[in-house]
Design a protein around this ligand. Structure first.
Ligand code: C2E
Ligand code: CA
Ligand code: CA
Ligand code: CA
Length: 279
């Protein structure tokens, strides 16, 4: 009877019920977010060893009328439960390419790359390649400027499909970055087989850098950097917050960084006034 009581309580857990309801409400509001123009792309600089921007990563935000700025960790998983993620993904790609086209026409920014995060469901839908190619044509994107960030989950969902799509897109000048590298289980096995241009060291490793008990973690980071170099891939570290982390990475031959030490993700106006001064 005791057990039954416990189960019953768990089943009718009001907190859980409230959370489900919130998710449901949030998901239906999310369907309206695009037509209501509540989605915004923020951009975060990626810099070289001198702190000079070499590109930006686009990071989506939802400006909810009541809840304020909703982080992607809160709504991307909801969108991934349905076709909605494809709509959002298409919007991100389109918006990023639009911005890229503007920067391409300005000699001060023409060299910059723009990175876009791709969700697994979006990538593996049949029209994905076609949609990217259409964007390249529509915005006259030069080769080597648009970067797609893929995660291990995406790759492992269907390695053959990943390989086929990467091959076609690389021919058209798309750059590929392996996001959150080092957090998965079998990354090493496929990294050599897929045509990635760059490996992105996960911030979990970067944040532990220099801490007392992190020596063994750092061995992994150095192995990742060495592996990337041996496979002729670039390597960038994300989540770099301190000078010490940057210096440790540099001493291990990683010379590209992204993180709060350089800049947070910010809206386009803030980014451009940072680069060019406000006019
Ligand atoms: P991610 O792709 O790994 O992006 C890096 C996250 O780390 C971003 O969080 C960024 O704001 C944060 N970050 C950057 N530098 C630092 C730092 O120095 N310290 C700390 N603590 N954090 C830092 P954000 O913007 O909240 O995005 C979270 C995740 O949401 C992203 O992780 C990505 O998986 C997903 N996401 C964001 N935008 C999109 C999108 O347009 N499409 C898809 N499918 N997913 C997206
Ligand atoms: Ca990313
Ligand atoms: Ca990442
Ligand atoms: Ca991540």
């Amino acid at each position: 009877a005791k057990d039954m009581g416990r189960n019953a309580i768990r089943f009718f857990d009001p907190e859980m019920h409230a959370e489900l309801e919130t998710n449901y409400a949030l998901e239906s509001a999310l369907w309206q977010a695009l037509p209501k123009h509540e989605l915004v792309l923020y951009f975060q600089e990626q810099v070289d060893e001198h702190g000079t921007p070499i590109g930006v990563e686009s990071l989506i935000r939802w400006q909810h009328p009541e809840h304020g700025l909703v982080p992607p960790s809160r709504f991307i998983p909801l969108a991934e439960r349905s076709e909605l993620i494809n709509k959002l993904g298409r919007w991100v790609l389109e918006t990023a390419c639009q911005q890229l086209a503007v920067w391409q026409r300005d000699e001060r920014t023409a060299h910059l790359t723009v990175a876009v995060n791709v969700s697994a469901k979006q990538f593996h839908q049949p029209q994905f390649v076609e949609e990217v190619l259409q964007c390249l044509v529509r915005y006259h994107i030069a080769p080597g400027r648009l970067k797609l960030e893929l995660t291990e989950t995406l790759v492992l969902a269907d390695i053959d499909d990943t390989f086929d799509k990467m091959k076609v897109l690389k021919k058209q000048g798309i750059i590929f970055s392996m996001d959150d590298f080092g957090t998965g289980y079998s990354s090493l096995a496929y990294l050599s087989r897929l045509p990635f241009d760059e490996v992105k060291i996960d911030q979990a490793f970067v944040h532990r850098a220099g801490q007392q008990d992190s020596v063994r973690d750092w061995v992994i980071v150095e192995a990742i950097i060495g592996l990337a170099h041996n496979l002729d891939m670039g390597v960038i570290a994300e989540g770099v917050e301190t000078l010490e982390q940057q210096q440790l990475l540099a001493s291990s031959q990683c010379f590209r960084y992204q993180g709060y030490l350089f800049s947070k993700p910010i809206p386009i106006e803030a980014l451009e006034s940072r680069w060019f001064g406000s006019s």
